[in-house]
Design a protein around this ligand. Structure first.
Ligand SMILES: [Fe+2]
Length: 156
């Protein structure tokens, strides 16, 4: 059973971002599955992919906010940075021999709580402005996606 079921109240109305947020939560569910199945190899694998994808997502989101001229960009970036430091710390614990399942549980719990709060507060705040910017400059998106994620497929 999944650890977390996506709730449409978490959608901010920017499709690209909503699908990326869902993808992050898919990784959280993968981590949960690794814990449930006592699969240490999967814990290492998912922790790595979760980190890479989350960092790319933040980079994309920051570029989108910048493009839209969002006035609270800087504080939002600071929030992302704090969270990235935490994810780095957790990965470091894993690399330096901490109990992988303990690290995985902490990551699953913290990431879920943090992401839900962040989406409902900070991300909702930029949604209207970003939607407007995307309507005006939709061609910009493919280039930014390719640059950050290496593909212009929405959430791959
Ligand atoms: Fe954000």
């Amino acid at each position: 059973m999944a650890y977390f079921d996506w709730d449409s109240s978490l959608d901010i109305g920017v499709d690209l971002i909503d699908s990326q947020h869902r993808r992050i939560m898919d990784y959280v569910n993968d981590l949960h599955e690794a814990i449930q199945n006592n699969d240490q190899e999967l814990v290492f694998d998912v922790m790595e992919r979760l980190k890479d994808y989350t960092f790319d997502h933040f980079a994309f989101e920051e570029q989108l906010m910048e493009k839209a001229g969002y006035p609270l960009l800087e504080p939002h970036i600071q929030v992302h940075h704090r969270f990235c430091s935490r994810v780095d710390e957790l990965n470091e614990l894993l690399r330096t021999g901490s109990d992988p399942f303990g690290v995985a549980r902490k990551t699953r719990n913290d990431l879920t709580r943090w992401l839900i709060e962040h989406i409902k507060q900070e991300d909702h705040n930029y949604a209207a402005l970003v939607r407007k910017a995307l309507r005006q400059e939709s061609s910009w998106v493919s280039g930014a996606l390719r640059k950050i994620f290496g593909t212009d497929q929405k959430a791959s």
